[in-house]
Unconditional design. Structure first.
Length: 136
């Protein structure tokens, strides 16, 4: 996607904010458009992460995102040392999503294959399979 800085201020927000070439959308009027620009810039500079201006739709936090798949690092980073220990020491643990939420855990495992066919642990905030997130 291409971007440009206009010669005249936006009539709506009165700023010289960057605009998108395809439709002229102003990043000052539409902040989510700025996230697209930051994402495009990070990809063109071969950066692994970028910082969006708006919150994640899943966790509601403003956190860095991966440029590879545009996933929130907070949602992906919920796996802490305690969680890893539990996953390594008790890999066959069956724990429902509701139980994991009640116990304030970061992962759950039903033991049933998901859409991807994996039966491993899944992230509570996104309900994504950890194996799929890690690209296995």
């Amino acid at each position: 996607m291409k971007w440009y800085r206009p010669k005249n201020p936006c009539p709506e927000c009165k700023t010289f904010a960057v605009r998108r070439c395809s439709d002229g959308m102003c990043t000052g009027c539409f902040p989510h458009v700025m996230d697209e620009k930051l994402y495009d810039d990070a990809r063109s500079w071969d950066r692994k992460l970028y910082m969006p201006t708006g919150p994640c739709s899943v966790c509601g936090r403003v956190a860095r995102r991966e440029t590879k798949n545009n996933r929130c690092t907070h949602c992906l980073g919920v796996i802490n040392d305690e969680t890893l220990l539990m996953m390594e020491n008790a890999p066959d643990t069956v724990l429902s999503l509701l139980d994991a939420m009640r116990l304030n855990l970061r992962v759950f495992r039903t033991g049933l294959p998901g859409n991807c066919g994996h039966t491993g642990f899944k992230l509570v905030p996104t309900r994504e399979c950890i194996d799929c997130v890690r690209g296995k």
